[in-house]
Design a binder for this molecule. Structure first.
Ligand SMILES: Cc1cc2nc3c(=O)[nH]c(=O)nc-3n(C[C@H](O)[C@H](O)[C@H](O)COP(=O)(O)O)c2cc1C
Length: 397
């Protein structure tokens, strides 16, 4: 199965890249990631040496369901390595891994010289593309950069122009979901000359409060600050943003936000993404997950009769329409698998107090009064046995 694709003319051996984040914070980590099978990386965001940053400790907090991390908050800043470190390391990596893609993520200070010089420096390291971090929601906006750029269309356009006129390699603008209209910001990036878009950076968040000390998490010596949310919990936001960009802007898309396995990646590609980037799942489970992602993708494409990722790309986004034009004529009730039903009554309670009072238990088995059922699907999500299900049949035309 052919998983190859191109992105801004750059070849990719498979659709799995590491996002700009802790897993790409050192040359050794990137080297090990390439060995594991990742097709490319976006380096941890690199800043000019004169810009001082200091990370808080601790800076992570997680929302868990059982043992699984489903949402991850961080307020980590950018790379702590200096330019010389990256320059030497990227050159080595390019020589050792000529078939891999190395994108350098940069964040300048709020002036033209800073962004221009950093972009020129990055191109000289041998980076095949640049990603502009206009989207970090914490810490950096206080300094006038990060999401402070990506939340303003004029500044987005201006800084994209500063960079695109300084370099000849492709420039990717990384967008924040923390805006009213992501398409408006993407348009500004395109006007500034961006060759592609990456989304999403983390979602501004406050993941919890310690009720004993009454301090928000993560607690730093009795205080906290807002952070960025990532992992499975943000996938619906990432999918929404990618679908809006795919429909609204004619630029290649590098998608991320909650990709934990091959099927998450296929969802993004079906909505128009060229490939995906991964951060949180690698932080939790390690570089090795890419092997299963590649195998799962190959099996899925084969099962679907697709010859390549091109056959999948954008198919699902064509099925998005307005609420107005959805077919509301069909009278649908959920299908029932009576053998699977254990008579627990969860659907009865949900339908009684959150739905249409259409469900009862008859002889300890679920029964639906079709004339009362409104087809909302609530019961299918509360049933622990999947004994109630949608869709039951194709909607009539
Ligand atoms: C601890 C941490 C540090 C991050 N650092 C950066 C960064 O330096 N530059 C950047 O553009 N994005 C950064 N991100 C955002 C990720 O690249 C990615 O956009 C986001 O985490 C969503 O993907 P995920 O759900 O796979 O984690 C960071 C994310 C995390 C969790």
């Amino acid at each position: 199965m052919d998983l190859k694709s191109t992105f801004c003319g750059l070849p990719l051996e498979n659709p799995f890249l590491l996002a700009s984040a802790p897993p790409t914070a050192s040359i050794d980590m990137i080297d090990r990631a390439f060995k594991a099978g990742w097709a490319g990386v976006v380096t941890k965001t690199i800043k000019p040496d004169y810009m001082d940053i200091e990370d808080a400790k601790p800076r992570f907090h997680a929302l868990k369901e059982g043992k699984r991390v489903i949402g991850f908050e961080n307020f980590e800043l950018v790379s702590k390595q200096n330019l010389q470190y990256w320059e030497e390391g990227i050159k080595e990596l390019r020589e050792k891994w000529p078939s891999k893609l190395i994108v350098v993520s940069i964040m300048g200070d709020s002036n033209e010289k800073s962004w221009g010089d950093l972009a020129v420096w990055a191109e000289k390291t041998g980076a095949q593309a640049l990603e502009l971090n206009f989207s970090c929601p914490h810490g950096m906006p206080e300094k006038g950069v990060g999401a402070a750029i990506g939340q303003n269309k004029n500044i987005t356009k201006l800084i994209t122009e500063w960079v695109t006129k300084s370099v000849s390699i492709p420039v990717i603008v990384k967008l924040t979901p923390n805006v009213t209209s992501v398409v408006e910001i993407a348009e500004a990036a395109k006007e500034g000359g961006a060759d592609a878009l990456a989304a999403i950076n983390t979602v501004e968040s406050l993941s919890g409060v310690d009720l004993k000390t009454l301090t928000p998490y993560p607690m730093v010596q009795g205080f906290s600050t807002l952070g960025g949310y990532s992992g499975p919990a943000v996938k619906p936001i990432g999918l929404r943003v990618i679908s809006q960009l795919a429909r609204g802007i004619d630029l290649p898309l590098s998608a991320m936000g909650g990709v934990s396995n091959w099927s998450d990646a296929m969802e993004y590609i079906s909505l128009g993404a060229n490939h995906v980037q991964v951060c949180t799942e690698v932080m939790v489970s390690g570089f090795g997950i890419v092997k299963k992602m590649i195998a799962g993708t190959e099996s899925y494409l084969k099962e679907m009769g697709f010859n390549s990722l091109d056959d999948l790309r954008g198919v699902a986004v064509k099925k998005l329409t307005t609420h107005e034009s959805l077919n509301k004529k069909a009278d649908l009730v959920p299908g029932i698998d009576l053998e699977a039903c254990t008579g627990c009554g969860k659907c009865v309670v949900a339908c009684r107090d959150g739905g249409y009072q259409a469900i009862s238990l008859v002889g300890r088995k679920v029964s639906i009064e079709e004339s009362s059922c409104d087809g909302c699907a609530l019961c299918t999500f509360v049933c622990p046995e999947s004994a109630l299900f949608f869709p039951v049949k194709e909607l009539p035309a």
